[in-house]
Design a protein. Structure first.
Length: 385
């Protein structure tokens, strides 16, 4: 074990049920969202990233929050309508066995958190970000108390991602052949009942698997018994999601950024927009609906540096090599192993947020040319049909 791990042991950080497995496999552990989490294992971030793109990777995401929302009336539609008061998303029309990306918004239209909402038949299952889960739970309890019961689920969560993820799962008795992207169901894996969704945060086909804590190590070890499945840390998770231009809350999304500015307008269905059957009625609706109609003053974009030097979060953006006024800021950046080049994301004014626009990022006193990329850097590999 490295000195950095020993130093972590002296803190009050929490551990997931898979902590012992990480130590056993030589993980480099780092503080993340109040937990000791593996940033990488012996192969390193680059090889882990490429393994996910080529085969299948197993991620520990048990630090994230899992919440069940149940209507006191017993009708899940009442829970859906209650949740719609907090998100600008169509929850009522979500079919059993399906899930949807959603956003908690504030009165200024900013994003409090992004989350997944699944229709589990008699209740809604929410998966929220680790750093926000305590606040999210309190928020739900405060505003849904009259109509709903909010239950914290003490379960582990793993993600199996990559083109061979389905093959690996089916080896251990889980028939996922009929599952499509964003489908959620209960499946047995190695004889253990799990809740499985065909989703993830890498741009690859894959699954997120909610497991009873006392069976988590058992299931993870079972999957790792397949030579095509490797443990993958947070470092590769970050580079994988960046290649897919997926947002990281706290970096690319925050309470000052609206869904429209974040280029997440696709997550707001027509029924919640102006003219829809349930238009508005969520925090910040006036601002968000106005931006949906007339556009925003800035947008999140991908950024492709022209050279080999990486551009990191926090770098300021400029219109020319010599201009003095900043025109935007980088929110995520690093190296894209699948592209073998640096990549980034950030925010630019609407007049510049067009594919191919050339801007300059300031890195250690130098202006580095970078072009705007409005599409994901890699084509998503989801199973939609």
């Amino acid at each position: 074990m490295s000195d950095s791990i020993d130093e972590i042991h002296n803190t009050s950080l929490e551990r997931t049920p898979l902590y012992g497995l990480h130590v056993q496999h030589g993980a480099r552990l780092v503080p993340f969202a109040g937990y000791e989490m593996p940033v990488h294992y012996a192969p390193g971030v680059l090889k882990e990233h490429r393994h996910v793109r080529a085969q299948a990777g197993l991620f520990d995401v048990s630090h994230m929050g899992q919440l069940a929302v149940r209507a006191k009336s017993g009708d899940v539609a009442d829970a859906a309508l209650a949740l719609e008061r907090l998100v600008p998303v169509d929850i009522l029309d979500l079919k059993p066995g399906r899930q949807r990306y959603a956003l908690f918004t504030n009165e200024r239209g900013g994003i409090l958190d992004d989350l997944m909402v699944a229709h589990r038949g008699d209740h809604l299952l929410l998966v929220v970000n680790a750093a926000c889960k305590i606040a999210d739970e309190a928020y739900l309890r405060q505003y849904l108390a009259e109509t709903c019961v909010v239950e914290r689920l003490n379960r582990a969560l793993i993600a199996l991602q990559g083109p061979l993820a389905a093959t690996a799962l089916e080896r251990f008795g889980a028939d996922v052949s009929d599952m499509r992207f964003m489908h959620v169901t209960a499946l047995e894996i190695g004889g253990v009942s799990c809740v499985v969704s065909r989703s993830g945060y890498t741009g690859e086909d894959g699954f997120e698997i909610s497991i009873p804590n006392d069976h988590c190590v058992e299931i993870a070890s079972l999957l790792l018994g397949d030579e095509r499945v490797n443990l993958i840390g947070l470092g590769a998770r970050d580079s994988l999601r960046l290649e897919a231009q997926m947002c990281l809350y706290g970096s690319d999304l925050d309470e000052t950024t609206t869904p429209v500015e974040a280029n997440l307008a696709w997550a707001i269905q027509g029924v919640r927009r102006a003219g829809g059957h349930r238009a508005g009625g969520f925090p910040g609706d006036t601002i968000i609906l106005k931006q949906l109609r007339g556009g925003a003053s800035r947008y999140r974009v991908g950024l492709l540096p022209q050279g080999r030097a990486p551009i990191r979060a926090g770098a300021e953006l400029f219109a020319t090599e010599t201009s003095r006024d900043t025109i935007g800021r980088v929110t995520s950046g690093g190296f894209g192993p699948s592209l073998d080049r640096p990549i980034a994301m950030g925010y630019l004014g609407s007049d510049l947020a067009r594919h191919g626009t050339l801007v300059y990022a300031e890195v250690r006193g130098q202006r580095l040319a970078t072009s705007v990329a409005t599409q994901p850097f890699i084509a998503p590999n989801y199973k939609r049909a």
